[in-house]
Design a protein around this ligand. Structure first.
Ligand code: HEM
Length: 478
């Protein structure tokens, strides 16, 4: 076994022979074990040792599929905002994303927006973006508060429980209702139940281990499903395709406000519309991207806010006065300190020089929100949860990156922030919550997100009756 030393690693050599930025010289398997034990601590240690640009050699080839062969599991982490800006604003033919998301193909389907690159990706974004922004978005605010209200009524008083699964229930119901417009309770329970089962199985350690071992058999470049994946996704697929058929047959489609109805009517620039397969893939993408990440971010928001002196009281006071500034700051600070997706991935379609390092085509880059958010020069006392730093101050374009950036920036960023504000406001104004344990919860990696290790355990001391809102709330778009 080799030991960690500084300087350019031999193992960091590229197919073209140029050395990648420095990084640990351990075998890839050992680096992967350390990464799996705690990806965040490993990133912290590597940044302290190698600086703002370092290379990890991870056993990621199998999990990412054949397209990763060129990257060979070596990821160049970027923790300097100037380097990340350069990547996010680069020509899309040079900096690509589809290949790096290939491992999601069994779940989201080969034509998902997550897996395509320009020019197809831009066409898909033009269709998917409008229903998730502006006026349309505001229409979902009441739905979010109502779902949170109903969920809160089911929580026990005086007993410890984990908030994370409760947040998953809220965000799953919100996204299913927003996407499909299903309000009928039995059908809603059926659809959310199917999705929950699929997601729980696909993010279980057993499934992930099987994926890592069998990934190349599980899907090919076109994203064809393996038998195991098909058994898990099949029932959800059938429900999604049935909803698409129902919507296509609806005589009053233009009166529906749900995302599916809008997408069925949407047209590409050449006047064509999405086929059933494309619609299925985009809907699965929205359902999956739209629920787990928001639930985890909400669990972190409660875990951090409930330990912050005066935080809950200030958020409740402002909510009662129909003001959103502090809630918005809590959301931004939560996503700064605990970005649920700590980094994004890009692959180089052509050579590129970053920070004096010539990087050959095929290199994988990891613009790293987690490390940038912890820079003392950008955020004084970076390890403290201080929502006040965002009150009256907008988040910086290349210094606050929980939603990634450039042409791939999260399509649901505004939706997610609205949902986080509404759920926080509903719960904090209606319930007195305290942390169940005195020790703060450390981060723990789960699938591709980083969640509170104990699931954000709390005790609800009391619950209050609902107070009607006087007027629609104002809010700051993310
Ligand atoms: C707190 C919650 C969320 C977080 C932290 C989050 C984060 C992210 C990140 C980091 C990316 C990758 C961006 C990049 O590669 O530069 C992404 C992409 C995406 N997200 Fe989210 N997301 C959240 C919620 C949502 C919601 C609610 C939806 C939809 C309803 C959504 C839909 C998407 C889609 C469709 C993409 C792919 C965009 C593209 O490739 O063009 N996300 N998200």
């Amino acid at each position: 076994m080799r030991t960690a030393t500084s300087g350019p690693p031999r193992s960091g050599g590229t197919p073209a022979g140029a050395p990648l930025p420095p990084g640990p010289r351990l075998w890839a398997t050992l680096q992967t074990v350390r990464w799996l034990r705690s990806s965040t601590s490993y990133m912290d240690r590597c940044r302290a040792r190698y600086g703002d640009m370092f290379t990890l050699n991870l056993v990621a080839k199998a999990a990412a599929g054949p397209a990763a062969d060129r990257g060979r599991g070596r990821w160049v982490f970027l923790a300097d905002p100037a380097h990340v800006r350069q990547v996010f604003t680069a020509d899309p033919a040079t900096v690509r994303t589809g290949d790096t998301n290939r491992f999601l193909a069994p779940l989201v389907g080969a034509s998902s927006i997550l897996l395509t690159d320009e020019p197809q990706h831009a066409k898909q974004r033009r269709l998917l973006l409008p229903p998730l922004h502006g006026e349309r978005l505001m229409g979902y605010g009441e739905l979010m508060s109502d779902v949170a209200e109903a969920e809160l009524a089911r929580w026990p008083i005086g007993e410890p429980f984990a908030l994370w699964p409760r947040m998953q229930a809220i965000t799953l119901e919100v996204v299913v209702r927003a996407v499909f417009g299903i309000g009928e309770p039995r059908r809603l329970a059926y659809v959310t139940g199917l999705l929950r089962t699929m997601l729980d199985r696909m993010t279980s350690p057993r499934w992930l281990a099987a994926q890592a071992l069998l990934a190349t058999a599980a899907h090919d470049r076109t994203g064809a499903l393996s038998g195991a994946a098909r058994r898990l996704v099949g029932p959800v697929d059938r429900v999604v395709l049935a909803e698409i058929a129902r919507r296509r047959a609806a005589p009053d489609l233009d009166r529906h406000g749900d995302l599916l109805s809008l997408l069925v009517q949407a047209e590409y620039e050449d006047g064509t519309a999405m086929g059933d397969g494309e619609l299925r893939d985009e809907l699965m993408t929205l359902l999956i991207a739209g629920h787990e990440s928001t639930a985890t971010a909400l669990a972190w928001a409660f875990e951090l806010l409930l330990r912050h002196p005066d935080g809950p009281a200030r958020l409740a006071d402002e909510a009662d006065a129909d003001r959103d500034e502090y809630a918005d700051a809590v959301v931004k600070e939560t996503l700064r300190l605990r970005p649920v997706l700590p980094f994004v991935l890009r692959s180089l379609g052509r050579p590129m020089e970053i920070g004096g390092h010539p990087l050959p085509a095929g290199t994988w880059l990891a613009p790293c929100a987690y490390l940038i958010h912890r820079r003392e020069d950008l955020y004084p006392e970076p390890l403290r949860f201080l929502p006040e730093r965002f009150v009256g101050r907008p988040a910086g374009g290349s210094t606050w990156l929980p939603f990634g950036g450039g042409v791939r920036r999260c399509l649901g960023a505004s939706f997610a922030q609205l949902e986080m504000r509404r759920v926080l406001q509903t719960v904090i104004t209606r319930a007195e919550l305290v942390p169940a344990e005195t020790e703060p919860e450390p981060p723990r990696s789960r699938f591709i997100t980083v969640a509170p290790s104990r699931g954000a355990r709390v005790v609800m001391k009391s619950r209050r009756a609902r107070t009607p809102r006087s007027a629609p709330r104002t809010w700051m778009p993310g």
